[in-house]
Design a protein around this ligand. Structure first.
Ligand SMILES: Nc1ncnc2c1ncn2[C@@H]1O[C@H](COP(=O)(O)OP(=O)(O)OP(=O)(O)O)[C@@H](O)[C@H]1O
Ligand SMILES: [Mg+2]
Length: 340
């Protein structure tokens, strides 16, 4: 596991106001089988040029958080508290047309499973042209170029060989790795300042995964783009992110530079997560899974710290008083009894 050096952009990021800022955010799903308290007490900042990993077990709320921040939510979802600001704009109060304009132009998303996210009956070049047309005012390097030429350039930028020919290809004619490159081309076509990538390499073999991650993070650095990279793979986040935010059962429990998080995890959950992640030099017997399971988020008696029932350090206070994470602190932890 290689803890990548923090980029210059990210190092100086602290001095500037964050590009994206989430405060005291809470969201629930009202379903027939009960209210799912999916997110609570979420505080996070994302600065220009930073690559931030959002990690946590399956069901910890990574996807719900990233979609909800951008105003994409299931009808059953209800934001019960908090604010989300992007470049100073309050996204939770923005109308749908403002949000639609922002999405794809200033903020872009890469969804899991590229084949289902791409339109199967439209040539990939046309799909890129659609995005460019929708955001006609978008900043592009060569606005005088024809849309087709710009689609070809977009494919070239994501290292698709023979883009003049591939621009006419349908998704089924491309490999999984190539479809993922097309998704990246689509997401970056309008040069967004924020990219949210949800498990962008799931389903790809290890070599293709590394190639796609190299490409994505390379372009992010080149364009000084803020990137929220969602993954349940802590090892992958370690290899590519400047900073990591750890989620557990709908709470953000720790946020730190990648180096600090691995060297000195403060939250007992993070420490467990690290020892449950295989590394090149580790023996199989050394792997220790995180004990227990995520609590059922429909419970009405959820403990204040949702990790407390899995934690060997928990005391009475952990069940009754919720620790919160201060997004403005370099190494922040939401725990009453963290590693000092
Ligand atoms: N539409 C919905 N209705 C009810 N509950 C939902 C809905 N969508 C998500 N949830 C619940 O919200 C919680 C967080 O889900 P989410 O999909 O964000 O997890 P995740 O961290 O992205 O997991 P994974 O790593 O598997 O993608 C889960 O308990 C999930 O069951
Ligand atoms: Mg998810």
């Amino acid at each position: 596991m290689n803890t990548s050096p923090t980029s210059l952009a990210a190092e100086s990021a602290g001095a500037q106001p964050p590009l994206l800022s989430v405060r005291d955010f809470a969201l629930e799903f009202r379903t027939r089988s009960g209210t799912v308290r999916a997110l609570q007490n979420i505080n996070l900042d994302l600065h220009k040029g930073e690559i931030v990993g959002l990690v946590g077990e399956s069901g910890s709320g990574k996807s719900v958080l990233s979609y909800a921040m951008l105003g994409i939510s299931d009808r059953a979802a209800k934001v019960t508290q908090g604010s989300v600001h992007f470049g100073g704009m309050d996204l939770l109060r923005a109308d749908e047309s403002t949000l639609a304009d922002l999405r794809g132009r200033e903020i872009s998303m890469i969804f899991q499973s590229p084949r289902t996210a791409l339109n199967p009956i439209r040539a990939v070049g046309h799909q890129i042209e659609d995005v460019l047309r929708r955001h006609a005012a978008a900043r592009g390097p060569n606005l005088s170029e024809s849309l087709k030429q710009r689609a070809i350039s977009a494919l070239r930028e994501v290292a698709i060989a023979d883009p003049e020919r591939r621009v006419n290809a349908y998704p089924f004619e491309l490999s999984g790795g190539m479809c993922q490159r097309v998704m990246i081309a689509l997401a970056l076509a309008c040069r967004p300042s924020l990219l949210v990538a949800d498990e962008p390499t799931t389903g790809l073999d290890v070599t293709t995964q590394a190639a796609v991650m190299d490409l994505l993070t390379g372009l992010a650095r080149e364009r000084n783009m803020a990137t929220l990279f969602i993954t349940h793979d802590l090892g992958l986040a370690a290899d590519y992110c400047d900073r990591i935010i750890v989620m557990h059962a709908g709470h953000a429990v720790e946020s730190a530079s990648t180096r600090a998080l691995f060297k000195h995890p403060r939250h007992p959950y993070t420490a467990r997560l690290i020892t449950s992640t295989p590394t090149d030099t580790m023996r199989l017997e050394e792997l220790a899974p995180v004990p227990g399971w995520l609590p059922d988020l429909r419970r009405t008696d959820l403990p204040a710290c949702r990790f407390s029932e899995r934690c060997d350090r928990a005391q009475a206070k952990c069940h009754t008083e919720a620790p919160t994470l201060d997004a403005q602190v370099d190494h922040a932890v939401a725990c009453w009894y963290p590693n000092s």
